[in-house]
Write a protein that binds this ligand. Structure first.
Ligand SMILES: NC(=O)c1ccc[n+]([C@@H]2O[C@H](COP(=O)([O-])OP(=O)(O)OC[C@H]3O[C@@H](n4cnc5c(N)ncnc54)[C@H](OP(=O)(O)O)[C@@H]3O)[C@@H](O)[C@H]2O)c1
Length: 201
């Protein structure tokens, strides 16, 4: 006959044991007014102000990207833990870690790596369109650079649904070349479902 303590052992685990917390998933996207985010494997604009914002936001965190975005960046970005999602298990990404699915990438980001200064409580999914599509249902936060111009391109990202996302902060900017853009911090509304952030360890 089981003792009372063994019957309720799961409920009595000290916090942090038995279930591993998953990091908050945040999308980081730069989007033109007409929805374009990419052209010919790269970005259709040169906006140093946005790159500076991107660096400040993501430094000290894991960044997760699709294989094509990795190829367009061409190197691991300093001060961040780079995780590249590709179904090709044979691929090697110098200075980055490989994950065969978004779920595996988030799992990796939630565990301490070789650099203890990298936070494990929030992971930034930085594109491209394929990876954004996979991450959108589980993201709780999105930081969008909304460029107030149309660009030609071949890679698109839909505007966030106002029924599912609220704006917590909007900062308006004007780039040195006169391009107007806003940096908008979104949170998923509570009633909009997010997949569980915990998994059995
Ligand atoms: N404006 C922005 O914010 C922004 C941000 C990032 C990128 N971009 C632009 O977007 C374009 C690239 O976007 P993209 O959609 O073509 O490519 P992508 O999402 O960067 O990469 C696609 C590749 O990633 C892997 N992948 C994606 N989703 C996966 C999943 N759920 N599970 C497993 N593997 C997955 C696959 O790699 P394998 O084929 O190796 O299996 C797939 O072919 C470029 O023009 C880039 O400059 C723009």
């Amino acid at each position: 006959m089981p003792s009372p303590s063994s019957e309720s052992s799961d409920a009595c685990l000290p916090s942090g044991r038995g279930r591993a917390a998953r990091p908050r998933v945040t999308l980081v996207v730069a989007r033109a007014r007409n929805g374009v985010i990419g052209a010919d494997g790269g970005l259709p604009w040169h906006l140093p102000e946005d790159l500076k914002h991107f660096r400040a936001l993501t430094t000290g965190h894991s960044i997760v990207m699709g294989r094509r975005t990795w190829e367009s960046i061409g190197r691991a970005l300093p001060g961040r833990r780079s995780i590249v999602v590709s179904r090709d298990a044979q691929r090697h990404f110098a200075g980055a870690e490989h994950a065969s699915s978004l779920d595996e990438a988030i799992e990796i980001a939630g565990q301490a790596g070789s650099d203890p200064s990298i936070a494990t409580d929030e992971v930034f999914v930085i594109g491209g369109a394929q990876l954004f599509a996979a991450a959108l249902p589980i993201a709780e936060r999105a930081v969008a650079t909304e460029i107030d111009r149309d660009y030609e391109g071949d890679t698109l990202f839909d505007a966030l649904d106002p029924q599912a996302w609220s704006v917590v902060e909007r900062r308006e900017h004007c780039a040195a070349d006169g391009t107007p853009f806003s940096i908008v911090d979104y949170r998923r509304l509570p009633q909009a479902s997010v997949s569980p952030r915990t998994t059995d360890a």
